[in-house]
Design a protein. Structure first.
Length: 185
């Protein structure tokens, strides 16, 4: 495997609790569950039910890069699934016309006859055909992309908070030192 290609494991189980506030995405090392840290025990262990009991596996925080990798792996897996066309369409124009007519529905037989044959017939009519596919899973990929963006923003905000508190602490410490020096004089 090359350096720029990395294998990404798609999680086996996805939690249903939304990521909100200061909670983060977590992944169970034991069962492969991924979801909000809000669903974990106080000891950050997995609460997914396995055979009527909690998994209680240890968890790791999932970064934005890992989430993006999961989304991309899901999208790639979706694209590899053999899909069947939902509808076939055809449009026509005379070779002397500047524009194509509107798309209309056609049968699979018409599609098969004209697919890959852009030339005009003996009457000067040109036909173009296309197959349209239903794409039910794409909205889930978009939802997950949005979730990654929210997590990235939340993660950056969470990291900014300790920095702000540290800066405040340093400022107060400096004021205290200055006040103590002024009191000695």
């Amino acid at each position: 495997m090359s350096d720029d290609v990395q294998a990404v494991c798609i999680p086996r189980y996805v939690g249903q609790v939304p990521l909100t506030g200061r909670f983060y995405a977590a992944e169970c090392i034991r069962c492969g569950w991924i979801g909000s840290s809000q669903a974990l025990t106080d000891d950050c262990q997995c609460t997914r039910e396995v055979d009527g009991r909690y998994c209680l596996g240890d968890t790791d925080e999932v970064g934005a890069g890992r989430l993006l990798g999961i989304i991309q792996a899901l999208a790639a897996a979706r694209d590899q699934v053999q899909r069947q066309p939902t509808i076939y369409q055809v449009r026509m124009k005379h070779k002397s016309d500047a524009e194509w007519r509107e798309w209309g529905e056609c049968s699979k037989e018409v599609y098969d006859d004209f697919y890959g044959h852009p030339e005009s017939n003996k009457f000067g009519l040109m036909r173009e055909v296309r197959a349209l596919y239903a794409d039910e899973g794409w909205s889930e990929v978009e939802r997950l992309r949005t979730e990654v963006e929210k997590l990235t923003i939340s993660h950056e905000a969470a990291n900014a908070m300790p920095k702000r508190l540290q800066d405040e602490n340093d400022t107060l410490r400096e004021q205290l030192v200055n006040q103590a020096a002024a009191d000695r004089q």
